[in-house]
Ligand binder design. Structure first.
Ligand SMILES: Nc1ncnc2c1ncn2[C@@H]1O[C@H](COP(=O)(O)OP(=O)(O)O)[C@@H](O)[C@H]1O
Ligand SMILES: [Mg+2]
Length: 222
């Protein structure tokens, strides 16, 4: 049964309130959202998980997007009809963050985080169907865009993610309630352009809000 108080989350016996209810409208509190993110991050990724001050800008943008805060999103230049492309250096926490984000809004439809490497691997075993499966419906976050290999099915080469992104773009343009796509990448815009081409990259700008970690964001693997 859907909760009437989706901003109050009970997890592992602890209750987290992400905001307050004001005449049926939830007023989310960003600081409380970060408290929850840290707690949930510790549960999923271990005690070392914490919120870094350096990442605050990225976190605020992401939180505003996740709860659909129109005012804050306008301020941050985030378009609520698009998906998120979380970019930044290796190990800064992109995959972890996009894995955590849906837990803040349990009443919303979530997405599946799919590794681009696995997707291309799947293509190499089963062929074009994979592009259809991920391109023409569903809610996905494509993890690690641009570093996957070229797919090969019975000797036929294919830039699988490029095809998937093109299909997702069509899906996004054609659907009335825009079907969003999310992704993470270690690459810069120029590097992505090299992998997928100028045309696909320009479509990616329509498909995604690019939220970029500071280049100096800590590598949390270390
Ligand atoms: N905020 C954080 N605090 C502590 N450890 C983190 C944090 N974010 C991620 N990690 C850990 O750092 C490693 C890299 O995170 P990951 O999300 O895979 O980075 P990326 O996807 O940017 O390469 C993982 O082991 C993860 O558990
Ligand atoms: Mg990653």
């Amino acid at each position: 049964m859907p909760s009437v108080n989706p901003h109050i989350i009970t997890d592992n016996g602890t209750q987290y309130s992400l905001g307050t209810l004001d005449k049926n409208i939830i007023r989310y509190d960003f600081k409380k959202m970060l408290v929850f993110l840290e707690a949930k991050g510790k549960m999923l990724f271990g005690e070392r998980f914490r919120i870094y001050k350096k990442d605050q800008k990225v976190l605020y943008k992401l939180c505003a997007y996740v709860i659909g805060d129109k005012v804050k999103c306008a301020e941050y230049g985030v378009d609520l009809t698009k998906g998120i492309l979380l970019a930044g250096p290796v190990g800064c926490g992109k995959t972890s963050l996009l894995t955590l984000a849906p837990f803040m809004v349990p009443h919303q439809r979530s997405y599946e985080v799919v590794s681009t490497r696995d997707l291309v691997w799947d293509y190499s075993r089963t062929g074009y169907k994979v592009i259809e499966d991920y391109g023409s419906s569903g809610f996905f976050c494509f993890d690690d865009l641009g570093v996957e290999l070229i797919g090969r099915f019975y000797g036929k080469e294919c830039n699988v993610m490029r095809e998937v992104l093109l299909s997702r773009y069509d899906l996004f343009r054609q659907s009335k309630r825009k079907v969003k796509t999310h992704a993470t990448t270690n690459l810069s815009e120029e590097e992505l352009e090299e992998v997928y081409g100028v045309r696909v990259c320009s479509r990616m700008r329509e498909l995604f809000n690019w939220i970029v970690f500071e280049q100096t964001s800590t590598d949390k693997r270390k």
